[in-house]
Design a protein around this ligand. Structure first.
Ligand code: XUL
Length: 537
């Protein structure tokens, strides 16, 4: 391509956008065209394609203490090398990419060694990234969102500002073990030398962004709200909280920016190695849940339910709301708005365990079992937490008949329904704390692996007494990052609503049965009192 042509990617009908998602189990990328149509998609699976790192489900769970969950940071860099090669093999013309943005699993932290920014600026385009960034991390294993080892540091953060309510008021959440503030404090307390040698600290999203930018990228305010450090009202770090975690933290984190910020041109490395255009811009990267909100094109009145490794539920909020269970994050599209987020750690892996136990490992049999039991499951209820759950903070299996706790249900079909109903009843109970009134015009937008299962979606419709629509596009966080790439580029001339106005609408999958409210409202009440009792024990 000639130099003149290279300068002209702005030729709108031709230009494309690159969106990435660095999730727990895979790194994915897509190319979207000017109309946001998906042209190409590639992915790298950590367990199967990077076996040398010995991850399970993309993570390393400490055998001695399973609350410690980390990932060798360099694995993600190597995955990016592989992903770029896959895009090249797919014939992607990198010179047409007008902007890049990305999303990543939230809360995890990356510790850049002193001198790392210099390395990033001077990467040689003839070598892989992982060969050159191998010694750029002062803490070589990044704690990720599945970690729950920081209860002590959580207490310190809450005490520093006057209790959990106060912390939730300032940062949108009381202290949570997986949030980055307590994780950074733990690194400072347990590895003081490594902390001292840390030049900058990134979230996983801003770490990915830094690689494209060729210098340390700022943290965006939406993913930054998952740290227990950001004042979600002023969008600035709270100094008392920073001081509680470790010295000089403001310098290590840098100033947070709005999520759609254009943070600079693509780095020399990508221009030289892959022939990216000099005009290609890097837009701030954000967390996977904020990116999903963008990708699912969520409006007010909708609740998104994402059924993946972790199950999440989120909604658009006009104003922040102080809740003790759940999170308020700054909105990735509108600096004056917010989003509510609920995260449940035991999602698809727990569904798979019960499928293997009760349905011979078959989703078809699982579905038959689910459909052969009545709504309300004869009054039986089950709560299943294979790993330490976030909401509520419990671990283990709990089963209840209509009247009492039990160790075993009478049949496999009762167990299957108890699991699915229990998972959705929990989502409704916590969503109601944000003021959601089910059945009052609320619509559910389902996405993620399990959203392809009609039987599961029917339970979701019934528990929420609301119609369920499905978001059929590829991974919503990845396409959301692609939309953000374009939004960040065109925001001064086009609103986000106009930008997405021609995209297809979600499809109706299920409507609730007429008796849904009668059956599930009392079950939500019962769930609340069961959880209250279990937590007290
Ligand atoms: C959200 C959360 C998870 C991760 C991984 O608070 O911890 O959803 O973002 O996807």
């Amino acid at each position: 391509m000639s130099c003149a042509a290279k300068k002209e990617i702005a030729n709108a009908s031709e230009r494309t956008f690159l969106g990435l998602d660095l999730s727990t189990q895979t790194l994915k990328a897509c190319i979207l065209n000017e109309n946001l149509k998906l042209l190409k998609e590639v992915h790298v699976n950590f367990d199967s394609e990077l076996p040398e790192f010995r991850t399970t489900g993309g993570a390393i769970i400490d055998k001695a203490d399973n609350r410690n969950v980390t990932v060798p940071t360099i694995m993600w860099v190597k995955a990016l090398d592989m992903l770029m090669d896959k895009l090249m093999l797919e014939g992607v013309d990198f010179a047409k990419i007008a902007a890049v943005s990305g999303s990543a699993q939230q809360h995890g932290t990356v510790y850049w060694q002193k001198g790392a920014e210099e390395t990033l600026k001077n990467l040689s385009s003839s070598d892989f990234l992982h060969q050159q960034l191998n010694s750029s991390f002062s803490v070589t294993s990044s704690p990720i969102w599945m970690d729950s080892s920081t209860t002590k540091q959580c207490k310190q953060l809450e005490e520093a500002v006057g209790g959990p309510e106060k912390l939730a008021e300032i940062t949108g959440s009381r202290a949570y073990e997986r949030f980055s503030g307590s994780q950074i404090a733990k690194i400072f307390q347990t590895k003081p030398e490594a902390y001292k040698n840390t030049e900058r600290i990134s979230l996983i999203s801003s770490f990915l962004c830094s690689i494209f930018l060729g210098k340390i990228a700022p943290i965006d305010i939406s993913d930054g709200s998952g740290m227990n450090l950001l004042d979600i009202h002023t969008k600035k770090w709270n100094q008392t909280l920073l001081d509680t975690c470790g010295p000089n933290l403001a310098e290590k984190l840098g100033e947070p920016v709005p999520s759609y910020s254009d943070v600079g041109p693509i780095s020399k490395y990508f221009k030289e190695r892959y022939n990216f255009n000099s005009n290609c811009r890097v837009i701030a990267h954000t967390g996977d849940n904020p990116a999903s909100l963008i990708g699912m094109r969520l409006y007010e009145g909708w609740i998104a339910v994402s059924l993946g490794t972790s199950d999440t539920a989120f909604l658009w909020l006009k104003e922040p709301k102080m809740v003790l269970d759940g999170h308020v994050l700054c909105n990735p599209l509108d600096e004056n708005a917010y989003m509510a987020l609920l995260c449940f750690k035991n999602g698809s892996l727990t569904r798979e365990r019960i499928k293997n136990k009760c349905a011979n490992g078959s989703w078809d049999i699982f579905d038959q079992l689910l459909n052969s039991t009545p709504r309300g499951n004869f009054g039986n209820m089950g709560l299943y937490y294979d790993i330490q759950e976030i909401l509520p903070f419990l671990q283990g299996d709990y089963r209840f008949t209509k009247t009492q706790a039990t160790c075993k249900f009478t049949s496999l079909e009762v167990e299957v329904r108890a699991l699915i109903e229990g998972q959705f009843i929990a989502k409704r109970a916590y969503a109601e704390e944000f003021g959601v009134q089910v059945g009052q015009g609320t619509k559910i937008l389902a996405t993620g692996g399990a959203s392809q299962n009609k039987g599961i979606l029917q339970v979701l419709a019934d528990v929420f007494n609301s119609p369920v629509y499905v978001f059929k596009d590829a991974n919503s966080a990845m396409v959301g990052a692609g939309y953000q790439a374009k939004h960040g580029l065109v925001k001064s001339s086009m609103t986000y609503e106009d930008m997405i106005s021609n995209l297809p609408q979600p499809e109706l999958a299920c409507e609730p049965y007429h008796d849904a409210n009668e059956i599930y409202t009392p079950m939500v009440e019962r769930y609340r009192s069961i959880v209250e009792d279990l937590i007290k024990k």
